[in-house]
Design a protein around this ligand. Structure first.
Ligand code: F6P
Length: 469
């Protein structure tokens, strides 16, 4: 099999480079081991009318990275516009934040078509294409237009929202229709698959039976593949990171104080304001925790040219400063707030230094920080995960302390409970979660998706012709 994986963002495999998101970090080891070609954006743009793609190829492990310079004329409309100011807010149930023009939609389609043309040079007779995420909803349809007959799978890393929300995205019907050019569409959770099925039924008047939709494109399977991590590898890097200067300096600075940690892109879906309000409430309700427990919040700047992100950055900075101003002392800072990214190795050490991990998004496809926090713990004295019920990870990690991030009082109480949880209960919860992380690894996720894509192909070959257009 010759596998070609496509995503907007790629990771370059340098251990200390800051990681900018779950998808790139998750895919890196599997691409390195599988020998796949991973195609994505180089981060550079190409000027001019020349629309023929050229890829720069780099070796990563047994695989290869093919970096594309995307067209300058369409990049902003594609990435900041349609992908991140229409699809992202809608997929995270924030239709109030949708800001989009028809030109943005055209740019999104142009970039999808451009990447499809770039993929042709990687096509061989036994190629499987696997497209990742909301940036490329129409890429499969563009490949079919170019005559590609190979199996094409798609995995959505974000949630798929209720139909009434997706309804507010201009051109959503065209896009959902285009998505049916994929042979297999993978979701993080059963809820996402159900929401998508409801949308297919209502918008396209098509039936979904046993996870199969038949359309003019042929047959599309809808299935659930919760993404995982390599838990043992992450645990080993967390143990090793204890000697990293950033980690040992943090530990020395604590003087016996307990630490909670949050690590997020600065994104409105992550629930940062609610989380900080919960800590504020906790210190007010439990003054004994003043000086006894602090929060290290790493909030990596993201998509800064989009207004909603700029507003959030100011709002969170103001809130942190207000909470620190009210609860802090000359020699104690309640919230250590950092606006930068860290490499995976250091992050693993920081997670292991914290007695509580707070992962409290308002909506999240999976949230691999939750999984990484658990895997990073010292098995002899593990920390406690406080996890939002709205993260996909809550389906598996139900031995975390599950919270509703809109219920600030209860979240405050739950964080206080986590900070004082006895060792035997911490261990029991950790062991249950770690066993699940080992079972549902990133390698398993990768293998399961490819297997279903190949099986689906075999079954389709034995079935009747597609429906007429
Ligand atoms: O689906 C989520 C995702 O693609 C993850 O990789 C990451 O959380 C984020 O979006 C990355 O966003 P960007 O590439 O815009 O920084």
């Amino acid at each position: 099999m010759n596998l070609v994986v496509v995503s907007n963002r790629v990771a370059r495999g340098k251990a200390n480079e800051p990681m900018t998101g779950g998808l790139a970090a998750a895919l890196l080891p599997v691409v390195e081991n599988s020998g796949a070609v991973w195609v994505g954006s180089s981060g550079r743009l190409r000027d001019g009318a020349q629309m023929e793609p050229i890829a720069q190829i780099e070796q990563i492990g047994a695989g290869a990275l093919a970096l594309l310079d995307l067209p300058a004329a369409h990049y902003a409309g594609y990435y900041e516009g349609f992908a991140n100011s229409a699809l992202w807010p809608a997929l995270h149930s924030r239709s109030d934040l949708i800001r989009v023009s028809h030109d943005d939609y055209n740019s999104y389609r142009e970039v999808n078509a451009f990447v499809a043309r770039a993929l042709l040079r990687f096509q061989k007779p036994d190629t499987l294409f696997w497209v990742q995420d909301y940036h490329f909803l129409s890429l499969g349809a563009e490949l079919r237009t170019l005559g590609v007959k190979s199996p094409i799978g798609f995995f959505l890393h974000t949630p798929w929202p209720a139909r009434s929300v997706i309804d507010s995205v201009p051109n959503h019907r065209d896009l959902v229709n285009a998505m049916l050019a994929y042979d297999l569409i993978g979701f993080q959770t059963e809820d996402d698959r159900e929401n998508f099925s409801a949308c297919i039924r209502a918008d396209l008047c098509l039936q979904v039976r046993d996870g199969i939709v038949k359309s003019r494109h042929g047959r599309t399977r809808l299935a659930v593949f919760p993404i995982g991590i390599d838990a043992d590898k992450f645990a080993a890097s967390a143990a090793k990171a204890a000697s990293h200067p950033d980690v040992s300096r943090l530990r020395r600075s604590l003087h016996g104080e307990k630490l909670a940690i949050g690590v997020d892109r600065l994104d409105y879906s992550k629930g940062l304001v609610n989380r900080i309000n919960a800590f504020d409430r906790m210190w007010t309700m439990h003054p004994t925790l003043l000086r006894a427990a602090s929060l290290l919040q790493i909030a990596t700047p993201s998509r800064e040219s989009i207004e909603a992100y700029g507003n959030l950055q100011s709002e969170v900075a103001r809130l942190v400063s207000d909470v620190n101003g009210r609860h802090g002392e000359a020699d104690w800072t309640p919230i250590r707030y950092l606006n930068k990214g860290y490499g995976q190795g250091v992050l693993a050490g920081l997670y292991r230094s914290a007695q509580v991990g707070v992962v409290t998004p308002l909506h999240d496809g999976m949230n691999l920080v939750a999984k990484e926090y658990v895997a990073a713990q010292n098995p002899v004295d593990p920390g406690v995960l406080v996890l939002s019920k709205f993260a996909g990870a809550a389906n598996e990690l139900d031995s975390a302390l599950i919270v509703n991030p809109h219920d600030i009082d209860r979240m405050a109480r739950t964080i206080a409970t986590a900070l004082s949880m006895p060792l035997n209960e911490r261990r029991m919860r950790y062991e249950i979660m770690m066993a699940k992380l080992r079972r549902h690894s990133i390698q398993q996720w990768f293998a399961d998706f490819i297997e279903v894509l190949q099986d689906n192909e075999a079954q389709e070959a034995g079935e009747s012709e597609p429906l007429p257009a």
